[in-house]
Design a protein around this ligand. Structure first.
Ligand SMILES: C[S@@+](CC[C@H](N)C(=O)[O-])C[C@H]1O[C@@H](n2cnc3c(N)ncnc32)[C@H](O)[C@@H]1O
Length: 224
């Protein structure tokens, strides 16, 4: 397992007895990510889905910043779903829905109704540090799902390390990529061009790219 993955819950040990896990990367990146998201979400209302929420720390932090946005966390892992539920319960925020199991590799994934309600068409989708720690079909499922579920003016935000024009942007990303591929040949740091091509295939365009700390990017897609 890579450093990044084992950070979750300190090598699998729950950080709290209620199941809340702690990802050290969250503490390093959440404010910088929100600085980008808030440019588009400030003053807006609607539903935002987080795909691959991990511990659930991001969704709770973002929900605190804007009560008019309802956050829908999701993940595949049972331990992470439990952690998201525990962070949600501890925060007690009305604008965070219970987590739901969404497997992005399922080409027909959808957002289920919870607490008696289903989201409307989504204002945005946010996905951090997922598509390189997963087979390419997860990126395919994510982007296809964005095309199905986003509003006409909705946006898809992807955060993580990316290659540009086939080249790593930092040696640390190249090392990370090698480590990912050694664990699973289907994993690996993705190229902005490949992700953009995928998104263009379902009607999006890469509207903006944001340079983030620690050689990460946020790619923002919107409909053409
Ligand atoms: C490195 S963690 C990132 C978690 C969180 N987004 C963050 O930035 O802290 C990758 C997450 O992707 C989730 N994941 C992996 N494959 C997935 C899939 N097929 N569908 C949905 N989530 C998936 C994992 O369970 C894990 O929570």
């Amino acid at each position: 397992m890579t450093q990044y993955v084992t950070e979750f819950g300190r090598d699998g040990r729950p950080a709290e007895p209620d199941g809340r896990l702690d990802a050290p990367a969250f503490h390093r990146n959440h404010q910088a990510i929100w600085t980008v998201l808030e440019k588009f979400l400030a003053g807006q209302s609607g539903d935002v889905l987080e795909a691959g929420s991990g511990t659930g720390q991001h969704v709770v932090y973002f929900a605190r910043q804007n009560p008019d946005i309802t956050w829908w966390p999701s993940d595949l892992s049972e331990a992470h779903l439990k952690s998201i539920a525990a962070w949600r319960a501890a925060a007690g925020l009305p604008n965070v829905r219970p987590p739901q199991r969404i497997d992005l590799s399922d080409p027909a994934w959808s957002v289920a109704a919870v607490d008696g309600g289903a989201p409307g068409k989504l204002l945005a989708m946010f996905c951090a540090n997922v598509i390189h720690i997963a087979p390419w079909r997860v990126a395919e499922g994510l982007v296809a799902g964005a095309a199905r579920h986003l509003r006409e003016d909705g946006r898809l935000f992807l955060y993580g390390p990316f290659k540009r024009d086939g080249r790593h942007t930092a040696i640390s990303n190249a090392v990370f990529d090698t480590s990912l591929r050694s664990q699973d040949p289907e994993w690996g740091v993705r190229d902005v061009g490949d992700v953009t091509k995928l998104a263009e295939g379902v009607g999006f365009r890469l509207a903006e790219t944001f340079e983030m700390p620690a050689n990460n990017l946020i790619l923002m897609f919107e409909r053409r």
